[in-house]
Design a protein around this ligand. Structure first.
Ligand code: SF4
Length: 687
């Protein structure tokens, strides 16, 4: 039987796959994001297709029930909460694992029919600071370049990214480019030594949170060397002088680098026009995440190195559909198609397109505040879709308690027992990857399809069907009468025409008339797609920003390095390992992948270990005011002094002690609301 073209369910690289029902999975040589390459996780997908541990029927209070009873109960409870306490008494917490069609209908139900914006997503933990930084600089959440720039750049700077483990196929792509052009330089900026720094020409071990000081210093040096692209700035950029003044006030020592290291970096960046600056969670997941993003964008805007071949800033997203979620309005502060909640014209356009009875008028609760509102009793009914906040949120014990506090909670899940699902009143069985069809968008704005190649097991249903089932029972049958994901896709593609007419970047209106047959045959394509053919493949090479005056904004940044470090605490840095994904509900099924790292661990510097009387492989307690985790100590000088790194994959389901996010307090970036998951303050002791 001919294999099905689909897309990997793991990271935001969005690799194309050829998958068969017998479990054979290969890289798709024709997919333009990976050209057949796969990483270890993608290659092991065939080992993860078994049904053990799956949620296969609706459950109420732990007992199986039928779909009608479960959906009637959910609709009734949400309707009652809205009637008695108003629309802001309910909330959805959704996921970058959802397909765009699922995400779109969840967002439509909450923002256009319930009339609240209390829908946020685990993407808030992933790249909300990039969204805020893009919007400040560009006027919209626009990724200017694409992966091809990595093939063509002369200098690639990786900031806060262990790309070799977290986005391995992009790192393979960079290494292939370097093999062809050895003069190309790879620079990695990370306080830790990682597999990525091992494969780089230059590793700059900056102070934690030293990124803004580094890029401010770079901007000052660009000006000092007379390398500002004055023509580009004059025609396309506001805020240059104030931003440069702020940059010149930065103390280069705040980077934690020597003068020689700093000069080498600056000379490489300034000396090569084709520079791509790739940034990821080390930038986003911090209390100054949005400022770090803008410090990077400032340097590209000042030099006009944006939106042209082989150059530009490039955010790489963690989840397979973090970008699609942004596009269909999955964040509490956005409407569909990158439209703004706080803009009356935007709200009007969305409400008219949806023919909805209402529309939210203010941003809703972002992830951390959403669970705080659960704890305080404001939220009376909560629906979690495809995510496990009892493990993944900071201050995870408090989040667990908050979920238990809500009067009525429901989860749509593929797994029968997760740390979160066991606390909810209703569990709704969703189809998993390989069993459903819909679109996702990867980090280079490329929309691809995930396609079903397996039958839906048990009584599972696609998320969009589950959401529509509840919406119809709440009285909105006509607006949620979709028969297929293609119908949903056509609707938001049509809405994007209005978004583009209002000056937004997200335009896929050329696909608004896509037939069912063409949707079934959907080929990977980058937006914008203003007509039946794609538009320009890069943004901003000749200006054309999305602020009302069409000019970009450089944003003055006050560098505040290591602002979370205080007292005798250690700085806790969390992240991914090469062969696991999120809470391991899928990747943990592969024996091959589990061999790589079989238990939770922490990397700690030898001198710190000495002071703690700790030997390698002994147990280490990581403790803060909010909770504690116990993990195996790995003593290594790859981690800097006074810091400790530990992976975030282990949950209560696979380790009694490794749930590390219990020990991270909820400190937020003030612009994006993204938690500083790389800035925990903890005490350590031999256990
Ligand atoms: Fe999947 Fe990411 Fe690996 Fe590609 S790089 S195969 S998208 S996990």
């Amino acid at each position: 039987m001919k294999p099905v073209c689909t897309t990997c369910p793991y990271c935001g690289v969005g690799c194309g796959l050829l998958a068969s029902g017998d479990g054979s999975i290969k890289g798709d040589p024709d997919h333009p994001s990976n050209f057949g390459r796969l990483c270890s996780k993608g290659a092991a997908l065939g080992e993860t297709l078994g049904l053990e541990g799956r949620l296969l029927s609706p459950q109420v209070n732990g007992a199986p029930t039928d779909w009608d009873s479960a959906l009637d109960l959910v609709a009734g409870k949400f309707s009652a909460a809205i009637r008695d306490h108003g629309p802001d008494s309910v909330a959805f917490y959704v996921s970058g694992q959802l397909l765009s069609e699922d995400y779109y209908v969840a967002n439509k139900l909450m923002k256009g029919f319930i009339g609240s914006a209390n829908i946020d997503t685990n993407s808030r933990l992933c790249m909300a600071s990039t969204v805020a930084g893009h919007k400040r600089a560009f006027g919209n959440d626009t990724v200017p370049g694409n992966y091809e720039d990595l093939d063509l750049a002369d200098v690639i700077v990786l900031v806060g990214s262990n790309l070799a483990w977290c986005h391995p196929v992009l790192f393979q792509r960079i290494q292939a480019a370097k093999a062809e052009r050895p003069e190309m330089k790879i620079i990695t900026i990370d306080p830790r030594r990682t597999a990525t720094t091992d494969g780089s020409d230059l590793h700059l071990s900056i102070s934690p949170d030293g990124d803004a000081a580094l890029f401010n210093s770079l901007l000052a040096e660009i000006a000092r060397q007379g390398r500002v692209d004055q023509n580009y700035v004059d025609f396309h950029v506001n805020g240059f002088e104030q931003t440069l003044s702020a940059a010149q006030a930065t103390d280069p020592e705040d980077t934690g680098l020597s003068a020689d290291e700093l000069q080498l970096f600056q000379d490489l960046w300034i000396g090569s026009e084709k520079v791509v600056t790739v940034f990821s969670q080390g930038v986003n997941q911090s209390v100054g995440g949005t400022d770090k993003v803008n410090a990077i964008l400032n340097c590209h805007l000042a030099t006009g190195r944006i939106g042209r071949t082989g150059m530009g800033p490039l955010s790489v997203t963690g989840q397979p559909n973090a970008m699609g979620g942004r596009e269909v309005g999955g964040l509490a502060n956005m409407l569909a198609c990158h439209l703004d909640i706080e803009n009356a014209d935007h709200r009007k356009a969305v409400q008219e397109a949806w023919r909805s009875p209402t529309i939210c008028t203010k941003p809703g609760l972002k992830a951390v505040d959403l669970f705080r509102a659960c704890a305080s009793g404001q939220i009376k009914a909560l629906w979690i879709m495809g995510t496990n906040p009892a493990v993944s949120m900071p201050d995870a014990d408090a989040v667990s308690q908050a979920i238990k506090t809500v009067d009525f909670s429901v989860i749509s899940e593929v797994v029968e027992h997760t740390d979160t699902s066991v606390m909810t009143d209703v569990q709704l069985p969703a189809t998993a990857w390989g069993e459903k069809t819909g679109t996702v968008t990867n980090s280079e704005r490329r929309i691809s399809q995930q396609r079903a190649f397996l039958p839906a097991p048990g009584e599972t249903r696609p998320d969009w069907q589950i959401i529509c089932g509840v919406a119809r029972r709440m009285g909105w049958a006509e607006a949620f009468s979709y028969h297929s994901p293609a119908e949903i896709f056509r609707e938001y593609a049509a809405l994007s025409w209005q978004a583009a007419a209002l000056g937004c970047d997200f335009d896929i209106s050329g696909l608004s008339g896509i037939s069912d047959a063409n949707y079934a045959d959907f080929q990977p394509v980058q937006w914008p797609i203003p007509s039946e053919s794609p538009g320009a493949d890069r943004f901003f090479g000749a200006g054309g920003f999305f602020h009302s005056d069409k000019r970009a904004r450089m944003v003055p940044i006050k560098a505040t390095p290591d602002i979370l470090q205080h007292g005798n605490t250690f700085r806790l840095n969390t992240g991914r390992i090469r062969d696991q994904w999120h809470m391991m509900t899928r990747s943990g099924k592969s024996p091959r992948l589990s061999q790589h790292q079989s238990e939770p661990f922490a990397e700690i510097h030898p001198k710190d270990a000495d002071e703690l009387g700790l030997r390698s492989d002994e147990l280490l307690e990581i403790k803060s005011a909010t909770g504690r985790a116990v993990v195996r100590a790995r003593i290594t000088d790859r981690t800097a002094r006074n810091t400790v790194f530990t992976p975030m994959h282990w949950s209560g389901a696979n380790s009694a002690f490794g749930r590390v996010n219990v020990a991270i307090t909820s400190v937020l970036d003030p612009f994006s609301g993204q938690p500083a998951l790389k800035g925990g303050q903890v005490k350590l002791r031999r256990f």
